[in-house]
Design a protein around this ligand. Structure first.
Ligand code: ZN
Length: 212
């Protein structure tokens, strides 16, 4: 069941430069993709490991046929390491059709608004009512609890910021103290959840009592 929309930003390609290696596009990708993984939407400041320059049509598919795709900005995506590794060399389509950059296994995250395909369910997990969307969830392993946790953390951080804002403008002392106390509690919970998130993302064994 849909609980919230999948993401709240748009991806727009603005780089018009041509570089000879994919890595030189890193700052442009980071900016155009707003520092978020184009597949799972996780923000890189939360993940705290460098994001990857990902080829939408993978190198194995285009090598020797459309070598220009290695440094074609339209074939480059900003991806978290987990999604990049899960996507790997998966490709389906007609590589000889050079009129478009397509990979039939996946919706192109720049051309397709993922809010039309994916949504957040009541547990914060990534879900879809679309058949290809569901396949993508399997292929990219978007069902992992780390995605629920990232979504929850972002909401908690937002709540904390809202409480702090309210506190600044609240004139009633009693209410101000309550807001301060609530913001403090949420902030401490955020720190704990962030630690848990990083451990889960890096695949570490989690503490005995954790459900993750
Ligand atoms: Zn990702």
């Amino acid at each position: 069941m849909k609980y919230a929309q999948f993401k709240e930003h748009e991806i727009r390609r603005t780089c018009t430069k041509q570089f000879d290696t994919p890595q030189k596009y890193r700052p442009y990708l980071q900016k155009d993709f707003q520092g978020r993984c184009c597949y799972c939407n996780m923000p890189e400041d939360l993940v705290t490991v460098p994001y990857h320059v990902e080829h939408f049509i993978p190198e194995k598919a285009f090598k020797g046929i459309r070598d220009e795709l290695k440094t074609d900005y339209n074939n480059l995506m900003w991806s978290c390491p987990k999604c990049n590794l899960s996507k790997g060399e998966k490709y389906q389509g007609n590589i000889h059709d050079d009129s478009k950059i397509a990979n039939e296994y996946f919706y192109n995250p720049v051309e397709m608004d993922y809010n039309r395909i994916f949504y957040r369910n009541e547990l914060g997990g990534i879900d879809s009512d679309d058949q290809k969307g569901r396949e993508m969830i399997k292929l990219l392993k978007l069902y992992r609890p780390v995605h629920n946790l990232a979504w929850l953390l972002e909401r908690m951080e937002r709540l904390c910021a809202q409480l702090e804002e309210r506190q600044k403008t609240e004139k009633n002392l009693g209410k101000r103290q309550l807001l301060e106390s609530a913001a403090g509690k949420v902030a401490r919970e955020c720190v704990k959840k962030e630690k848990l998130f990083r451990a889960v993302y890096r695949g570490k064994r989690i503490f005995k009592n954790s459900i993750f």
